[in-house]
Each structure stands twice: as C-alpha cells, then as structure tokens.
Design a protein. Structure first.
Length: 182
C-alpha cells in the first residue's frame, strides 16, 4: 500500500467516523451527555423540551445549545405577556393584591431582561463565543430566581412560578450542552 493510498484510506475512515458521529448527535444522546456532565440537568425535561423545537431534528450540540437558548427566549417572552395580562386586569381589594401587583411589575422587568439574556446567549453561542453564551444563559436563570425572591419577600404566591422553574431548567440545559461543544 502506498503512502497516498494510506492517506486516502485514513481520510475515508475519518469522514465515515465524522458522519457516524454527526448522525448519532440526537436530542437524546446530547441530553444524556449533558445530564452525565452536569447533575442539575433533568434528562427527561431536556429531551421533552428540545424535541419540541423545529430546529432540533438533525442538530448537533451547537445547534441544540442554540435551541435551548431560543426556548429560554420564548419562555421569558411568555412570562412578560403573562405579567402584562395580569397587570391589565382591574386591581383587586386588599393588601395582598397590592403586593402581588408590585411584585408582578418587578418581575415583568426581570423577565424582559431574561429574554434579552437568553437572546444574547443564542447570539454568543452562534458566534462560537461559548464562555459568553454560557454566562448569559446562567444570568437568565438567575433572573428567574430573583423574581421568585420578589414574590417570597412580598409574601404572596407567584403566578409566574412555572415560568421561573422552566427558565432555570432550560438555562442549565443550555449551559450544560454548551459545555459539550468544547
């Protein structure tokens, strides 16, 4: 076998391996790797949520990290709309309603900032600045915790609690998958 033939054989083998690995980069395998690397990742949540997105089929880890960031944008935008709808209702009587409306106003701003943070994470990951992308996704998740704290301090239940839980989980998924790209 000539040197040229060996090089061609190695190149063909490398291309075949790369094709096989790319084909194996599914939502399930990526979420499994992310959950194995970061115990905070809920595998079932990861698979369920990423699988719903139109860009997930055939996406590699880079694409799935961007999908997670995009899901965070969508959730935060939904929380802003939820807060707007609740604040648009006529005020109720009592101190609890005053506290709830004040907390909603603060959280609306926090979720707006979260939407921008997740969008920034998407942009940074897309530009392959993974450290900045992870930082922005982590900041977005922290904003959800701050909203939870606002309601806890007000002593009223949060109507945005599910949005906050989702933001925290999708932020962790985004960071964990981004860590896999390196």
């Amino acid at each position: 076998m000539t040197s040229s033939s060996k090089s061609e054989s190695l190149l063909v083998a490398a291309v075949a391996l790369a094709t096989l690995l790319a084909a194996d980069a599914t939502v399930e395998t990526t979420c499994k790797a992310a959950a194995g690397a970061d115990a905070r990742v809920d595998y079932g949540f990861c698979v369920s949520e990423l699988s719903k997105h139109r860009d997930s089929p055939g996406a590699d880890a880079w694409g799935l990290a961007k999908v997670a960031a995009n899901l965070g944008v969508n959730n935060a935008g939904g929380a802003v709309r939820d807060a707007d709808a609740l604040l648009g209702r006529p005020p109720g009587a009592g101190a609890d309603d005053v506290k709830k409306r004040a907390a909603l106003g603060q959280c609306r701003r926090l979720y707006f900032d979260m939407e921008l943070s997740f969008a920034g994470a998407y942009d940074e990951i897309n530009a392959r600045d993974y450290a900045a992308g992870k930082e922005m996704a982590a900041e977005a998740a922290a904003l959800a915790r701050r909203c939870d704290d606002v309601f806890a301090e007000a002593g009223v239940p949060s109507p945005l609690a599910r949005r906050g839980e989702y933001a925290g989980q999708i932020g962790v998924v985004c960071v964990a998958i981004t860590d896999l790209i390196k």
